[in-house]
Every structure is written in structure tokens, then in C-alpha cells.
Design a binder for this molecule. Structure first.
Ligand code: UDP
Length: 197
């Protein structure tokens, strides 16, 4: 069995390395439908029990990862044996490394304006061969959302990074999935704050 069932969620038994390998294949293949990656933390896992819509979002994702040592431990007690925890931050760093080697384009959405700008500067400096096609802070008003979606769609990035907090990022990606025109979209929680320092 390639999946471990933890609290009703089917987690594929992938290491971080394997996860990154799959995402590299997705960028190369560039399927017509956006590939939504969800790093499922304990909060999302719990929320899914009561929130059928969030549960459907998780079930429809291209790939989910176990973002919590508790999820990994529970899988072991049940004999499901998830190999390791795969966090949003670690996945983001590995995507930036791959993108730097392969010259992918990124759109960086989320965090406050200062953190977003600083994170983009740090990324551009550390990963100088990737392209930051566009960026926007995560405290936009409802009437600005349409323009942001259109901007992302017109830039057609390989990777859309969404740092809006969980599960808002996951809902946001899902809502606009058919229009975003990115190969991969991933919610990364507070990762931009970490990168900005
Ligand atoms: N954030 C945002 N827009 C919002 C709410 C939050 O851009 O409307 C950003 C916030 O600035 C932070 C990130 O979302 O950079 C993640 O926040 P948090 O650490 O609370 O989320 P988690 O890591 O638990 O997903």
C-alpha cells in the first residue's frame, strides 16, 4: 500500500526527495490543469473533520504531504509508516533550488508588503538563475483579487508560491485553480517571513 491513512486522510508515502522529484516532473510535463500541492499540517487535518469543503480541496490536490511529526508518528502506530515529515518550508527551499538550476519562473504571493519585498530580494540574491516573474503582498482587498489573478495568469509562472496562511492559501488556490495558469501552486504558511529574516 502506497498510502497511509491518518484521520481519514490518505497520505502518499513520499520522502521530501521523492516529493521534489515528482514536482520536477510536473514542471517538465506541464499538464493543462494546475497541480495543487498541499502540505497538510495538524490544523488542516483537524479542520477537515468538520469542513467538507476543505476536505474536498485536500482530496482533489495533485499531491499532499504530511506536514507534522504527529501525523508521521500516528502513521507508524497504525502500521502505515510515512517515511518523514515534508514541510512547506522545506519543499519551498527545494523548489527554489530546482528552479535555480532549471531557470523556472516563480510568482510570490503573500505576507505583508515589507516581508514580501524582502523575501523576493533574498530569493533573487540566493537563487540568481531563477526568475521572479511577479510578486504581491497578501493583504489585498476583495476588489484587487481579480487583478492579481489576471496578473498571475498572464505571467504563467512555473511555480506559484502562496503565503497567505493555512487554510486560506489552500482555499484561495482552489478557488482560482482553473485560471491561474501556473504549473504548480503551493501554500507555504509563514515561510516568506522566515526567508525575509
Ligand atoms: N498572511 C497574508 N494575508 C492574510 C493573512 C496572512 O499574507 O490575509 C500571511 C502572513 O503575513 C504570513 C503568512 O500569511 O506571512 C502565514 O501566516 P501564519 O504563520 O499565521 O500561517 P501558517 O504558517 O500557520 O499557515
Amino acid at each position: 500500500n502506497n498510502y497511509a491513512n491518518v484521520m481519514g486522510i490518505q497520505f502518499p508515502k513520499h520522502t521530501l526527495d521523492r516529493t521534489v522529484e515528482i514536482l520536477n516532473e510536473v514542471v517538465e510535463r506541464r499538464p493543462p490543469e494546475l497541480f495543487h500541492v498541499i502540505t497538510v499540517n495538524p490544523e488542516i487535518t483537524m479542520a477537515c473533520r468538520k469542513d467538507a469543503e476543505l476536505r474536498a480541496i485536500v482530496e482533489e490536490a495533485g499531491l499532499i504531504t504530511a506536514d507534522g511529526i504527529g501525523i508521521v508518528m500516528v502513521s507508524r502506530v497504525r502500521g502505515g509508516n510515512l517515511p518523514e515529515r515534508v514541510t512547506g518550508y522545506d519543499t519551498l527551499i527545494r523548489l527554489l533550488e530546482s528552479g535555480n538550476r532549471k531557470r523556472w519562473s516563480f510568482y510570490i504571493l503573500g505576507a505583508d508588503a515589507a516581508v514580501n519585498e524582502r523575501a523576493c530580494e533574498v530569493i533573487a540574491e540566493r537563487y540568481s538563475s531563477l526568475c521572479i516573474a511577479g510578486n504581491h503582498h497578501g493583504f489585498f482587498k476583495q476588489d484587487e483579487e481579480e487583478r492579481i489573478v489576471e496578473e498571475i495568469a498572464s505571467l504563467a509562472p512555473d511555480i506559484l508560491i502562496v503565503a497567505l496562511g493555512a487554510p486560506y492559501a489552500e482555499r484561495w488556490i482552489y478557488k482560482h485553480k482553473s485560471r491561474l495558469n501556473a504549473a504548480i501552486a503551493i501554500g507555504v504558511g509563514g515561510s516568506l517571513d522566515v526567508i525575509a529574516g
